[in-house]
Design a protein around this ligand. Structure first.
Ligand SMILES: NC(=O)c1ccc[n+]([C@@H]2O[C@H](COP(=O)([O-])OP(=O)(O)OC[C@H]3O[C@@H](n4cnc5c(N)ncnc54)[C@H](O)[C@@H]3O)[C@@H](O)[C@H]2O)c1
Ligand SMILES: O=CCC[C@H](NC(=O)CCC(=O)O)C(=O)O
Length: 437
């Protein structure tokens, strides 16, 4: 599909002139109206998400809850990170960039684009939003909720489509910046495209090949360790950027008990319709092609010599359903350093903490990492050496807080973290030496 985005950009530019001049308090008030409209539409928006991408309803409700929470957190973040201040002879204030394009992923079709849109509007930018081609209805529902507020016309516009539409938007001369959440492959294409225009803001939130270290010699509660592992790897059917992809297990006489417990828990997870009562732990993947991709990645790893501890299987429930898979890949060389975006966990056994850390860091990514251990000293040893934007201790790798910065290093991002730090990429500082009455 070819589109001419020029009218969208002219509307956005026109709206920017007024919106960027609107008092901050007024922008806050409109955002708060959006939060309360979201609250009223919580159930129906969650149902749209569940229907569209297969996320179990309670989790979809949690996603909408995070969207509502984003408003107050973003206001607080802006007030803290973009507050006027005096340093030496200069007073520094913050300005919006202009017209920003937001490109969303499919796995959190509400929460993640919302995590760019809310701070961008709050800072005084106007936004053109292109959601994932796999989640157009969630985006339409979000826009309908915004229309219940007095947000000026043109401040937030929606355009549907896939990569071609996205490329037309990002290549438009009137774009002042792109706020992107998606795969490293796409993010790198954008980085290349923007290399010629360093003055435009580009925030890239991308994937990971996230390691979770299990320090079996120093864990008393193996059940809990297995539970935290299962949640890290299989929540949202493995479709979170922070999901554990590699499980690095430090050997001990307790290791085989840990594996037995892990496989028992993973094989017992309930999988089913997102609207089922009681709700399943996991729904389907967002699209049948994503289920195929997981099974292909598993077949490739098995061909390379992996041993299945629990093979992932296509389920009769529907074409997008895959059961959790756990493969042992210890000792295999030339494993692809790729993010498999689904419920597939690769296990590597090692003999000590330093080996575990070395292997954890053997990735071009650097989003989430963590260690399960009863020893604070060993956590601190790992903390000082792991390279990632998230380093957790005895907690799942997933479930990051919007009240903290969220982003990774390496191919996981371009060091413009989102969540609490989104305020930083939505505005730029202007320092003024002012000599006048
Ligand atoms: N770090 C984070 O905050 C975060 C959060 C959620 C998902 N993710 C990552 O997102 C990925 C899953 O999402 P996805 O499959 O929707 O990602 P994707 O990269 O395929 O698509 C993301 C968006 O980019 C658009 N796009 C695709 N090709 C493009 C191109 N050539 N130029 C411009 N835009 C293009 C898509 O239409 C979509 O809107 C996973 O890698 C996951 O780890 C990262
Ligand atoms: O799929 C990627 C997002 C995973 C999610 N992270 C957040 O929600 C970050 C917080 C925010 O952006 O407000 C998770 O860690 O589960």
């Amino acid at each position: 599909m070819t589109i001419d985005p020029t009218p969208l950009f002219s509307n956005a530019r026109k709206a920017f002139q007024a919106w960027s001049m609107t008092a901050f308090e007024e922008r806050c008030a409109i955002l708060r109206q959006y939060a309360s409209a979201l609250e009223s539409a919580k159930q129906s928006l969650a149902e749209t998400i569940a229907r569209e991408i297969g996320k179990p309803l309670p989790e979809s409700l949690g996603e909408v809850g995070a969207m509502i929470g984003k408003v107050e957190i973003s206001i607080h973040a802006y007030e803290q990170r973009c507050a006027e201040f005096t340093g030496g002879p200069s007073v520094t204030r913050f300005r919006p960039h202009g017209v920003l394009v937001v490109l969303g992923p499919y796995n959190f079709p509400g929460h993640l684009p919302n995590g760019h849109i809310v701070p961008a509007l709050l800072a005084g930018n106007t936004v053109i939003f292109k959601p994932s081609e796999y989640a157009p209805k969630t985006a339409e529902a979000m826009l309908a909720i915004w229309r219940e507020t007095p947000l000026p016309k043109g401040a937030l516009q929606l355009i549907q489509g896939g990569p071609e539409v996205a490329k037309t938007l990002t290549a438009h001369p009137e774009v002042d910046g792109v706020l992107f959440t998606g795969s490293a492959r796409t993010g790198k294409l954008l980085a290349r495209q923007f290399a010629e225009t360093p003055g435009k803001v580009l925030a890239l939130e991308m994937g990971g090949n996230n390691p979770l270290i299990v320090d079996t010699p120093n864990i008393a509660d193996l059940e809990q360790a297995a539970k935290t592992t299962v949640e890290s790897a299989f929540i949202s059917a493995g479709q979170r950027c922070t999901c554990a992809r590699r499980l690095i297990v430090i050997n001990s006489e307790k290791a085989s008990d840990f594996f037995d417990t892990l496989v028992l828990q993973a094989s017992g997870l309930s999988i089913g319709d997102p609207f089922a009562d009681p709700p399943p732990f996991m729904g389907p993947l967002a699209h049948p092609t994503f289920a195929e991709a997981v099974l292909t990645a598993q077949a490739d790893l098995l061909k390379a010599g992996a041993t299945p501890l629990l093979p992932a299987k296509a389920l009769d429930l529907g074409k997008a359903y895959v059961s959790p898979g756990i493969l042992e890949v210890t000792g295999l060389t030339n494993l692809p350093d790729e993010e498999v975006f689904g419920p597939l966990l690769q296990v590597i056994r090692v003999n000590g903490l330093d080996d575990a850390i070395r292997i954890a860091n053997q990735t071009r990514y650097g989003l989430a990492s963590g260690i399960l251990t009863d020893s604070r000293d060993r956590y601190q040893h790992a903390y000082q050496r792991l390279r990632a934007g998230i380093i957790n201790w005895n907690a799942p790798l997933t479930g990051a807080s919007s009240a903290a910065p969220f982003g990774g290093i390496g191919d996981s991002g371009n060091l413009r973290p989102s969540a609490f730090f989104a305020a930083d990429y939505c505005a730029y500082p202007v320092a003024s030496i002012e000599r006048g009455e």
